[in-house]
Design a protein around this ligand. Structure first.
Ligand code: NAP
Ligand code: GLV
Length: 315
């Protein structure tokens, strides 16, 4: 008997249970808190599991994160030791994220919000535009998502650079690695895209000091920020102060320190901020469960798992 427990206290688990049943019909699917006999449960898929739930499953073999980010699993300080945690790396999610990043880059590059405003006011203003080759996009986090977005932006003609822990070799993308190369990466970046995981090292990284190091040589004279990583990485007061001081030209934010973004946040009504409600790359239950089913099939065949979280680094 192999049972699969879904633990999503902040989401409706029903579509996940249906999708998992469709992907692997022989699995006994259970939805927390209706765990049944805990000794039957060998797999758990979770997002923000309450403390002690996963720890209380004595036969658990694998924990699956229901997102690409694993901060919502690692926040459980009672996780059972020695049980591997597998994260999502799925083409459907990756494509959605690249759509979002390309959309936001183009919106700023082609000054779409200015055009919308002009249309609202019936103003025919043929202001100068510029070529993609005149804009450099720097992606912090050159993992699964960052690399895909980097390739797509490079294909469109943008100058693309990326920053990660270790150096990468990606055609038409300049690679910068580690703290020693962060300033060089920032210094020639006109549009900064953040696709980093939330870890102790990335907490609060996007602040006034970092924004001050970005390029001022781009067409708008000040840089642009796009954050679709995690809200914990940004200091929102600093972002607002930089926007108001003109040291940051504009921002697109999909993630926030507190979600939903509180109504009183000045980010909602800032004329140069685009707020999206953490939907840059939605997790589609059918696509993600098909991925989980493939992982379980391989694991049961020869014990192999892909995309295991490295607990030393926290992603
Ligand atoms: P990933 O494949 O694990 O990539 C993470 C990247 O960040 C890697 O390139 C890694 O460097 C780099 N990195 C991590 N810590 C670093 C540090 N201290 N200094 C420099 N580079 C560092 O993850 P992913 O699948 O691309 O996802 C990235 C993040 O996107 C997730 O963790 C999640 O927070 C966010 N996300 C957001 C949404 C949304 O809807 N807004 C959806 C999905 C995911 P190395 O390659 O050298 O290890
Ligand atoms: C969503 O934010 C994810 O981590 O997949």
């Amino acid at each position: 008997m192999s049972a699969f427990l879904i633990v999503t206290p902040t989401w409706d688990a029903t579509p996940w249970a249906k999708a998992m049943k469709a992907a692997r019909p022989e699995l006994d699917i259970r939805i927390w808190p209706e765990t049944g006999r805990v000794e039957d449960i060998t797999y758990a898929a979770a997002w923000l599991p309450p403390a002690d739930v996963l720890k209380g499953l004595p036969k658990l073999k694998v924990i699956f994160s229901l997102g690409a980010g694993v901060d919502a699993i690692l926040s459980d300080k009672t996780l059972p030791r020695g049980v591997p945690i597998v994260r999502v790396n799925d083409d459907d999610l990756t494509m959605r994220m690249s759509e979002y990043i390309v959309l936001q880059v183009l919106m700023h590059h082609r000054q779409q919000r200015r055009l919308d405003e002009n249309q609202r006011n019936k103003i025919w203003d043929q202001f100068p535009t510029h070529a993609a080759k005149d804009m450099s996009v720097g992606i912090m986090g050159l993992g699964v998502l960052g690399q895909d977005a980097a390739r797509k932006l490079a294909m469109m003609g943008f100058k693309v650079r990326g920053w990660s822990r270790g150096a990468k070799q990606i055609e038409s993308v300049s690679s910068f690695a580690g703290h020693e190369q962060l300033d060089a990466f920032l210094g020639d970046t006109d549009i900064l895209v953040c696709l980093l995981p939330a870890t102790a090292e990335t907490d609060g990284l996007i602040n006034s000091a970092l924004i001050a190091k970005l390029s001022r040589k781009g067409p708008f004279g000040a840089p642009i920020l796009i954050n679709a990583g995690r809200g914990r990485q940004q200091n929102e007061d600093d972002i607002l102060a930089c926007l108001n001081a003109g040291t940051l030209h504009a921002a697109s934010l999909d993630v926030f320190r507190k979600e939903p973004l509180p109504k009183e946040s000045a980010l909602w009504r800032h004329p140069r901020v685009t707020v999206t409600p953490h939907i840059a790359a939605d997790s589609d239950p059918a696509a993600i469960c098909a991925y989980l089913a493939r992982q379980i099939e391989n694991f049961e065949k020869d014990g192999a798992l892909q995309n295991i979280v490295d607990m030393r680094h926290g992603y």
